[in-house]
Design a protein around this ligand. Structure first.
Ligand SMILES: [Zn+2]
Length: 436
């Protein structure tokens, strides 16, 4: 009697599939080299405009330009107490920590690091599941903050919002009980989900409300400061919370990208697992240590999809993403982001800045970072994928797990290169950049 045929394949290295295939009718099939996502670009569906919903511009009232949304500089006490802020200092930057409610307008915060008022994983989650407790710095800041009248009333307001948000009982009687105030304050100061908010809602001297300040309208120096603050926030979440296995960094831009406000901000979120993608990729890295280099910058160069370079980072068109994408990769693979030198961070920041500038502020997007967490000793570079949220997933995608993109990688490249030519002439991207 013969054995029934088995479906199991013998153990061997996964065959590498060609990430890009062009079919005779012009269809482009993409397979993401890192996570196997399948994407098709079909001829005849690729000529839709990029900024598909262009809002009608309205005039900006200069008196209101600083108070458009809760992230705006004139409304600082609507957000949580700052962990840190970056202010200008000569030609550089200074980081201030422990600012009190009375001091929020004493300096001009170009970027503010604040806990998210509504976290993905709450303080209670970390405390009750993992025994997480606030750091001495967080405790000292909370006590100092609550010791002033403005600080107390700020925290009482936020505590009420949070308790109402989760339908807690006993919120309506004013004032809030001492026990409620102090309990809520602990979580408000010790959040493991943080937000970095840029100062401007609109670009300087904007006259129309479509002139938003996005990542691409920051100067290269400002973008570097913003990137550096995100990296330090990531480092501190790992350091302060031993149960944090991974810290996710992402930026949602405009409402179709999932942003609550059209005001530039990034989120930094600790989670207690590595996440599905990094687990899958780390298994492959054992047999393909050059995975990211080979199928990132090198493959992009072979396909003519590189946009820009710095000495240690490359920007190129991403392959096999649900949405047309640009990617910024550091070429340094042996260190965590906070172990990079300043020049290496700057190189990464500059190419990511170019990706945004080449995209344009009117395009909704998600910027998603990937990096080597401290628990993994594998060659993983700091990299970011910038996805253009210009199409809506529909039933075809849901039923087949094959995604239809409206722009093939070379069309994305041409759009990016076209915009970059003008930006380099106007010196709006870093002088360290070489445009491909
Ligand atoms: Zn705003």
């Amino acid at each position: 009697m013969t054995e029934p045929p088995t479906r199991e394949r013998p153990t061997r290295e996964r065959p590498t599939r060609e990430p890009l295939t062009r079919l005779p009718d012009g269809t482009i099939k993409q397979v993401n080299p890192f996570n196997d996502t399948k994407v098709w670009t079909l001829p005849g569906r690729s000529s839709r405009p990029l900024e598909h919903v262009v809002p009608v511009p309205l005039a900006v009232d200069p008196d209101d330009a600083d108070r458009i949304c809760a992230f705006c500089p004139a409304r600082k006490l609507e957000t949580t107490p700052e962990v840190a802020r970056l202010v200008r200092s000569g030609d550089g930057w200074r980081e201030l920590r422990g600012v009190l409610a009375e001091e929020v307008d004493d300096t001009t915060a170009e970027f503010r690091l604040i806990p998210n008022l509504f976290e993905i994983l709450t303080y209670d989650y970390w405390h009750l599941t993992h025994g997480y407790v606030p750091t001495p710095e967080s405790r000292a800041h909370r006590e100092a903050y609550l010791a002033t009248a403005a600080g107390r009333s700020h925290i009482a307001r936020l505590a009420t919002i949070r308790m109402r948000g989760r339908g807690a009982v006993g919120v309506d009687p004013e004032p809030l009980s001492e026990a409620d105030l102090h309990r809520e304050a602990v979580g408000l100061f010790a959040g493991n989900h943080q937000v970095i908010v840029a100062r401007r809602h609109f670009v300087e001297d904007a006259t129309l409300d479509t002139q938003l300040a996005g990542s691409g309208t920051l100067t290269p120096d400002e973008h570097d400061a913003y990137t550096g603050l995100a990296i330090r926030a990531m480092r501190d979440l790992y350091h302060d919370n031993p149960a944090a296995r991974y810290v996710s960094v992402f930026q949602n831009w405009l409402r179709p990208g999932g942003a609550s406000f059209d005001h530039l901000h990034k989120q930094v979120v600790a989670i207690d697992e590595l996440g599905v993608q990094i687990e899958r990729e780390s298994a492959r890295l054992h047999t393909e240590p050059d995975l990211y280099e080979r199928w990132g910058p090198t493959y992009a160069a072979e396909q003519g999809l590189v946009i820009a370079r710095t000495p240690t980072a490359v920007a190129f068109v991403g392959i096999g993403h649900r949405f047309p994408s640009l990617e910024a990769h550091s070429l340094v693979v042996d260190r965590c982001p906070w172990e990079l030198t300043h020049d290496e961070v700057r190189d990464f920041s500059d190419v990511l800045h170019v990706c945004h500038a080449a995209t344009g502020v009117g395009v909704p997007s998600n910027e998603e970072w990937h990096h080597k967490p401290p628990s993994l000793d594998l060659p993983m570079p700091l990299r970011a994928v910038l996805k253009w949220r210009v199409s809506t997933l529909a039933g075809f995608e849901g039923g087949t797990k094959i995604y239809v993109n409206t722009l093939d990688p070379w069309a994305v490249r041409d759009h990016a290169r076209g915009r970059l030519r003008g930006l380099t002439e106007r010196r709006q991207v870093s002088s360290r950049i070489t445009i491909a």
